[in-house]
Design a protein around this ligand. Structure first.
Ligand SMILES: CC(=O)SCCNC(=O)CCNC(=O)[C@H](O)C(C)(C)COP(=O)(O)OP(=O)(O)OC[C@H]1O[C@@H](n2cnc3c(N)ncnc32)[C@H](O)[C@@H]1OP(=O)(O)O
Ligand SMILES: CC(C)C(=O)C(=O)O
Ligand SMILES: [Mg+2]
Length: 612
């Protein structure tokens, strides 16, 4: 069936003449030619001489969350003071040492929040707050009013420097804009001289740095570090934003390396980056920028921020962590961090958000589940699993490290296989199903999930297991049994059965209790052959003591039975009956006599009877 989408036009332009035969894509009628490639919009420095591809990130940069300013200004409902305070306190608890707390000249709420930090002494001794201002005297003065009494502050001044902003927004050519920026810088200097209280340092951002001519960005930044007398003992932060992402991350890296190599007073400069995520590559930009010489990264938790957001600091820091580099931040309760950010921003964190989304440690698909189950089993077999090297397939990080349990790691739907099903029964109920039984049961589960198209919850999975194997309304039930071992190697077992409401007593003999049971069943007219058998004690915390599984041939059909029991013997006998009783479709399905059975009183030697 062809479905029509009336507003769409299947591309019907020519197939490019040089297209290979395996690619039949045609030209679209989208007006892509309205857009220009990055290399036509900005000069890209460093062609052929870049060094960043050869570097590695071996230590965490200085992380600076800008959620309380850049993130906040992007919210339909900006944070109220309580929300701001809660986020600030969380940043402190996580280990951030430099925190941008707002744009105090922008609103009364921002101003009041900074005042509260100052007046109530809420900034710990080792934390520096950053406040943001444009290069306008009235707003700079107001900014200094806000920080009066704060122990350590960075005053962060910004002005857009790219041609479109110069021409369209600010109406200044390069020289005029440099003068405006330097005038702002002087106002900041004066504010700092008059400032009563603790230390003030300076930060300058040429907004839209990534679209600014490299020589002009360099000229303006050098002018600012000269004006502010950048020195190693009182460094100036030069923050180079990709305010709107327009290029692949390698271009940003080239731009950062160019500045890193050419900035004057480099040892008096903290080189900072501030990527946004318009192309979805904010994280890549930040990482490549670190390779290129950046020392400080501004971003927001879970990537809040204007449009597609700021670079996500959680992803960046945990990317380092999974390389064995200390992120110098604490993520050991990622869900608490996520809840706090969701509360403050009134925005949900996506289920697929790296490291923190609800689904990111979850596997639905069968082969992934199988691999994870095997990987976790191997991992847990090591002496101290919590400290052991992590190498579990499909899980780039141990969810435990983030305060998560393994419970959500495996979830079952129609894409799942035996591994996931077995894992859930094992973790939820302590059952260790034999491999062929896993295969059999997962088919039953798949039939159900295929039919209703939905996820099979752990509760539903257990109901299915009970229905398949532990059914109490079965036609043949074991009422009682008593066994005797006279010492001649033989085992004698007397059983009382309830067969469709009729009591039947029978006695059997065999080399072990199961063989004797099978013999007794045969005497009672029930033919069954036990092909494989296993049992185990349930893991701690489960009420019953034993689980038993029996693979049986009944009426020429092979199927598994299972039972839980207060004793191993009880569970074992009822596991055999479970196989006898299980409903299945097909011909000649009644329970019937098949002659004297040959019984195996052993575990796991049979070849795969059900198929892999
Ligand atoms: C990439 C970024 O995130 S930059 C930060 C952006 N954040 C915000 O804007 C949030 C807070 N801002 C605000 O609340 C307001 O913009 C205020 C209170 C700061 C200023 O408000 P207003 O005085 O009404 O000015 P408005 O918002 O219209 O700003 C535009 C004016 O500032 C000028 N301007 C813009 N950026 C800068 C700058 N960095 N330095 C100096 N002047 C600037 C513009 O040229 C324009 O001037 P004009 O009115 O002479 O044409
Ligand atoms: C650092 C400032 C100017 C900013 O938020 C940006 O450019 O994105
Ligand atoms: Mg920004």
């Amino acid at each position: 069936m062809t479905v029509s989408f009336p507003t769409l036009r299947t591309p019907d332009g020519p197939v490019p003449p040089d297209a290979p035969s395996w690619n039949r894509q045609r030209g679209s009628r989208m007006p892509y030619d309205r857009y220009r490639p990055a290399h036509e919009r900005v000069d890209v420095p460093l062609g052929g001489v870049r060094t960043w591809p050869h570097h590695r990130i071996e230590q965490a940069p200085l992380w600076v969350p800008v959620d309380l300013r850049d993130g906040n200004q992007a919210l339909a409902e900006p944070m109220d003071p309580a929300r701001k305070q809660r986020m600030f306190d969380m940043f402190v608890a996580m280990g951030f040492k430099e925190i941008e707390v707002g744009y105090p000249s922008a609103s009364r709420t921002d101003f009041a929040f900074v005042r509260r930090l100052a007046e109530e002494g809420r900034v710990p001794d080792d934390v520096t707050v950053v406040v943001f201002t444009p290069a306008r005297r009235d707003l700079i003065d107001r900014t200094f009013e806000a920080i009066e009494g704060l122990p350590r502050t960075v005053v962060h001044m910004y002005t857009a420097t790219a041609p479109t902003w110069r021409n369209v927004v600010l109406g200044h050519d390069r020289d005029e804009l440099t003068r405006l920026i330097l005038a702002g810088g002087e106002d900041v200097l004066r504010g700092a001289e008059r400032h009563r209280g603790g230390e003030v340092r300076f930060e300058f951002s040429p907004e839209v740095f990534n679209m600014t001519e490299p020589d002009y960005a360099l000229e303006v930044c050098d002018a600012m570090t000269r004006l502010w007398d950048a020195r190693p003992d009182r460094p100036v932060i030069v923050n180079l934003p990709a305010t709107v992402e327009i290029a692949t991350p390698n271009v940003y890296a080239d731009q950062i390396e160019y500045m890193h190599r050419n900035l004057a007073r480099r040892d008096g400069v903290v080189l900072s980056v501030h990527p946004h995520n318009d192309r979805g590559t904010g994280v890549a930009c930040a990482e490549l920028a670190l390779l290129a010489g950046a020392q400080r990264v501004e971003g927001c938790l879970f990537g809040n921020g204007e449009r597609t957001g700021n670079v996500c600091l959680v992803t960046l820091a945990l990317n380092l962590y999974t390389q064995g580099v200390d992120p110098m931040l604490d993520f050991s309760d990622i869900d608490e961090i996520r809840r706090t950010v969701e509360y403050c921003n009134r925005l949900p964190v996506h289920e697929r958000q790296p490291y923190a989304g609800d689904l990111v440690h979850t596997a639905f698909s069968g082969t992934h589940q199988d691999a994870i189950k095997k990987g976790l089993a191997r991992h847990d077999a090591q002496p101290s699993p919590d400290r052991a090297p992590w190498d579990v397939p499909y899980l780039p990080i141990d969810p435990h490290d983030l305060g998560r349990s393994y419970e959500a790691v495996i979830r079952v739907n129609s894409q799942s296989g035996k591994g996931g099903v077995a894992y859930l029964l094992q973790t939820g109920h302590g059952l260790d199903l034999p491999r062929r039984m896993q295969i059999e049961f997962s088919r039953a589960v798949q039939t159900v999930s295929d039919e209703d198209g939905q996820e099979v919850s752990a509760k539903r999975l257990w109901e299915l297991f009970e229905r398949e194997y532990l059914n109490q309304d079965a036609p043949v039930r074991l009422v009682s049994h008593s066994s005797v071992e006279p010492g001649d190697g033989a085992h004698h077992l007397t059983i009382v059965l309830d067969v469709d409401g009729t009591r039947v007593t029978a006695t059997g003999t065999g080399t072990g209790p199961i063989a004797a049971f099978v013999d007794a069943l045969a005497q009672a007219g029930i033919g069954v052959e036990v092909l494989d058998f296993s049992e185990h004690a349930l893991s701690e915390g489960h009420d019953s003591v034993a689980a038993a599984y029996a693979e049986c041939r009944v009426n020429g059909r092979v199927r598994w039975g299972a039972a839980l029991g207060a004793s191993t013997l009880n569970a074992s006998l009822r596991a055999v009956l479970s196989a006898v009783n299980r409903p299945w479709s097909g011909e000649g399905d009644e329970v019937g006599v098949v002659g004297a059975p040959e019984v195996l009183d052993r575990v796991g030697e049979e070849e795969d009877a059900v198929g892999a």
